[in-house]
Design a protein around this ligand. Structure first.
Ligand code: C2E
Ligand code: MG
Ligand code: MG
Ligand code: MG
Length: 290
């Protein structure tokens, strides 16, 4: 890194060389400290059945509440956490929080499914299935309550090794989903060979599908593709009632988006759960104009 060992054995700092490594090192130590101080907060975004409006569960999304810099979104530190391998500890931390909440809710008679995002580095970790198994055992929770979301690019990094980890997780009973479907550089072949249960259409196609005919066609084709392969299809980025209605007409199974609920802290999610009422349009016939 930035320090250079001179003949004397003294480590000398040379600011001209590789300044970014110095920044990386301090960011990594900040991330480690954040984990110790429990600064990573669990946010939850509702996931709904589009035909009935019923709440299926929620996706876990991390937020870093930094003591000085305030609120930091995942796009600002997950990519870095991935390159350093730190993301594995973050994933474990998120699953732990989700498992604790999920089992707590079950004792109160509320059965929800929770999704947790995995990254490529997680799939390379041979110990991951055992680590996850131990967490669920601790909370006496069945893996069937948890869906693990992976992106296409995470699989393509090292398909054989990813397949091995995913096979093991699937055999344990975890549900598996492909996240951001349609945005990765990959072939459709893995959809056939991987033990996937859910296909999640990327929000970039869903958000504007009402105005953009091409987006609407991509979404419709993806719903059909998923169903033909026996998968559950989920749309992310549902921002209006009109898009919900369109997705429902296309037979898309589940949806997630700002229209139903933004990602929120656990206590607010529980309040949301109490107050959520499905839109009146779900009671109407599909022929009725909205
Ligand atoms: P993702 O897993 O695809 O999550 C969906 C993202 O879309 C979230 O952004 C969510 O807030 C946003 N979103 C949901 N509905 C809407 C909508 O209607 N409109 C718009 N414009 N956006 C919507 P977020 O929370 O910033 O997360 C970004 C990405 O960071 C996630 O994408 C995921 O890839 C990653 N991420 C978040 N939490 C974790 C985590 O705990 N572990 C890992 N490995 N990655 C995470
Ligand atoms: Mg996701
Ligand atoms: Mg996504
Ligand atoms: Mg995304």
């Amino acid at each position: 890194y930035t320090a250079k060992r001179k003949g004397s054995g003294v480590v000398v700092y040379d600011p001209a060389i590789d300044k970014t490594s110095q920044e990386s090192l301090s960011l990594l130590s900040e991330l480690r400290r954040a984990l110790e101080r429990d600064e990573f907060m669990l946010y939850l975004q509702p996931k709904l059945d589009l035909a009935s409006g019923e709440v299926i569960g929620a996706e876990a999304l991390v937020r870093w509440v930094h003591p000085e810099k305030g609120f930091i979104g995942p796009d600002n530190f997950i990519p870095f956490a991935e390159t350093t391998g730190f993301v594995r500890m973050l994933t474990t931390c998120m699953l732990e929080k989700v498992a604790r909440l999920c089992s707590e809710l079950q004792t109160r008679g509320t059965y929800l499914k929770f999704s947790v995002n995995l990254s490529a580095r997680d799939l390379m970790d041979q110990e991951l299935p055992a680590t996850f198994g131990a967490i669920l055992n601790r909370y006496m929770l069945s893996p069937t309550a948890i869906c693990l979301e992976i992106t296409e690019s995470a699989i393509m990094d090292d398909p054989a090794r990813a397949q091995n980890t995913l096979d093991r997780l699937s055999r344990m009973g975890f549900a598996l989903g492909i996240d951001d479907f349609g945005t990765g550089y990959s072939s459709l072949a893995y959809l056939k060979s991987l033990p996937v249960d859910e296909l999640k259409i990327d929000k970039s196609f869903v958000m504007k599908m009402e105005q953009d005919q091409d987006d609407a066609k991509i979404v419709r084709s993806t719903v059909d593709l998923g169903h033909n392969l026996g998968l559950r299809v989920v749309a992310e980025g549902v921002e209006s009632e009109a898009v919900w209605f369109l997705l429902r007409q296309m037979g898309c199974d589940q949806g997630q988006g700002y229209f139903m609920g933004k990602p929120m802290p656990v206590d607010r999610f529980l309040e949301w759960l109490q107050s959520w009422r499905a839109p009146a349009m779900l009671d109407q016939s599909e022929n009725v104009a909205v």
